[in-house]
Design a protein around this ligand. Structure first.
Ligand code: ATP
Ligand code: MG
Length: 560
């Protein structure tokens, strides 16, 4: 591929245009971005957008992208989250530059900059309580009031900060604040807190610190320490940009990254907030952060979404400053497109109904060949065995039906996929009066040919009793049945009660015994199914439904 074609294939968006300008004006020779998650939960689909944007830019501009844990809030952070996050980034197909970085790696330098601000008369130790600080801060329409501690002399501030650092005060009793402007129309500029006292154990620094820098103070300085050129973040940080710039303008550091905001990815029928996802986990509504119903990267992975499909979806949503919510069907369509192309086909009967072929010899069997993919011969063929006792899906049989029903009907014929045409002669009922078996005849002249003198309506899937395996199949559906669950007072009220239906005794063709965990198949006529990443094995087949073949929600929503 020539270089110009390569450039032509790159996505364009307002951020890339700004970067192009910075390169052509000579402001930057190389580009460094970063992805800065807080390790307080698993990554979700929204983070995938930020990952694709930051790592994608680094890739396309032959630059670098750092993975930096923004770990300034020890109370909520866990190493297990950090590990899961790093794995998810790699699974999505990206690799950070060098070692993983942490804001905590810069605690010493950050503290030094805090002392520098004090020395310059730009920071002070404040004794107002949290409550008082809130009152002094003012509102959107009212100016704030200066703290009575604002004019404390430099030496006293320094001494107090050092005592704070040495653990001489209680949590929350004192705070270091930047001295900016209590009458600023931007509330973020009204003497924001830089350091707070919190005697908490930190996952990286242990008990070394009992004061922790705030996010706003830490973030921009960490960016600058790493030489980040473009610090990309979501729109809610737009009003924090003046503060980002103020810190960097007032400390002795060369680098001054440019903060650029873009709109968050919001997805209908789900939530993209770690706090709310955490609620689902702790209240055991789902089976962990990587439950296949979760919009987390590891949940989607366990459900059978590929990294390619997720990246494709993210590319389709684009990067803008407009606040918008994307339909779930857009994500599901990216998944369907990818799997339609790549997933091998197989037959699985989810609700088995027994069929006995009355004119087929008791001990006879036939090996038939079926393509693994109808459009991709290179994927080869699989063996399926035909025999006297078969299973079809209960939904594929009716005693009587109108012409539109193209499946098996009593007295009528249907084709068994990749095999023969059969005709149903008789129904057997069990003691409860339920259909428990069908007696059918097969037509031996119909393998790969139409019957000579009658018509078979439709094609249905099947498995042979002896040549199939029992599998557990989990039918996942959307976790919420309202389009914006985040708007509910309690998200639990909006849960879809049918978001998981488990079938214990599905029957699958024997080739599926070779399925490896995480492998995805199209169960013909049923949907895409993924061998469970954790519990699936040859002796215990467990498949998770990735997505249905078609979008069934369109109709439901239209009906109301
Ligand atoms: P949450 O509200 O889920 O905790 P967060 O923004 O606090 O999200 P971080 O771990 O701080 O989570 O996010 C890491 C990066 O991912 C940030 O740069 C953030 O802007 C970005 N990000 C988070 N959610 C989204 C989203 N929905 N769309 C795009 N980017 C996002
Ligand atoms: Mg955050």
């Amino acid at each position: 591929m020539s270089e110009s074609e390569n450039i032509g294939n790159k996505p364009t968006n307002f951020i890339r245009t700004m970067i192009d300008n910075d390169i052509s004006s000579g402001k930057h020779q190389s580009i460094i971005t970063r992805f800065p998650p807080e390790p307080n939960g698993f990554l979700h689909i929204g983070h995938a957008k930020s990952i694709c944007l930051n790592f994608g830019i680094a890739e396309d501009y032959q630059g670098r992208c750092n993975l930096r844990f923004d770990d300034t809030n020890p109370a909520k952070e866990e190493s297990a989250y950090a590990e899961a996050i790093a794995k998810d980034v790699q699974w999505l197909g990206f690799q950070w530059d060098g070692e993983i970085r942490h804001s905590a790696d810069y605690f010493d330098r950050l503290y030094g900059y805090a002392e520098e601000l004090i020395e310059k008369g730009l920071a002070y130790v404040c004794e107002l309580s949290m409550q008082q600080m809130r009152e002094y801060r003012g509102t959107l329409t009212e100016k704030g009031k200066n703290s009575p501690f604002r004019e404390r002399p430099v030496d006293e501030n320094l001494a107090l900060l050092r005592k704070m650092k040495a653990g001489k005060f209680d949590d929350g009793s004192l705070a270091l604040r930047a001295k900016i402007d209590m009458s600023s129309p931007n509330i973020n500029m009204r003497d924001p807190v830089i350091y707070r006292i919190k005697k908490a154990h930190h996952i990286r620094t242990g008990d070394q610190w009992c004061i922790y820098p705030t996010y706003d103070f830490t973030h921009g300085i960490s960016d600058a320490i790493e030489g980040i050129t473009h610090s990309l973040c979501t729109l809610e940080f737009e009003d924090h940009r003046p503060l980002y710039d103020w810190f960097l303008d007032n400390i002795s550091i060369e680098c001054h990254p440019q903060q650029i905001e873009f709109s968050r990815l919001n997805l209908e029928h789900t939530i993209t907030s770690k706090r709310k996802l955490n609620q689902l986990v702790t209240e055991e509504v789902v089976d962990g952060w990587d439950d296949p119903r979760m919009p987390t990267i590891s949940g989607m992975r366990r459900r059978g979404y590929s990294a390619t499909a997720i990246r494709d979806f993210i590319a389709r949503t684009g990067v803008t400053k407009k606040v918008h919510t994307v339909e779930m069907s857009l994500l599901e369509n990216s998944v369907r497109e990818d799997l339609g192309e790549n997933a091998p086909r197989a037959m699985a009967v989810l609700n088995p109904l027994k069929i006995t072929l009355t004119n087929y010899a008791e001990d006879k069997t036939e090996e038939l060949l079926a393509p693994r993919h109808p459009q991709k011969e290179a994927m080869g063929k699989r063996k399926i065995t035909f025999s006297k006792t078969l299973y079809i899906d209960r939904a594929d049989f009716r005693e009587s039906a109108n012409k539109k029903y193209k499946r098996l009907v009593l007295g009528k014929a249907v084709r068994l996929r990749n095999a023969y045409v059969i005709t149903c002669d008789e129904i057997k009922l069990d003691e409860q009066g339920e259909i428990c078996e069908l007696l059918c005849r097969y037509d031996e002249n119909t393998l790969g040919k139409n019957p000579a003198d009658y018509k078979a309506k439709g094609v249905i899937h099947w498995v042979s009793e002896q040549h199939s395996a029992v599998a557990k199949v989990r039918l996942y559906d959307r976790l919420f049945n309202v389009s914006n669950p985040a708007a509910e007072t309690n998200i639990l009220d909006a849960l879809n009660p049918d978001c998981l239906v488990t079938i214990e005794q599905a029957r699958v063709e024997l080739s599926l015994k070779d399925a490896k965990p995480e492998e995805v198949f199209q169960f013909e006529r049923e949907g895409y199914f993924c061998a469970d990443r954790y519990v699936h094995s040859e002796a215990n087949l467990v498949f998770n439904r990735t997505v249905t073949l078609r979008d069934s929600w369109v109709k439901i929503e239209a009906k109301g």
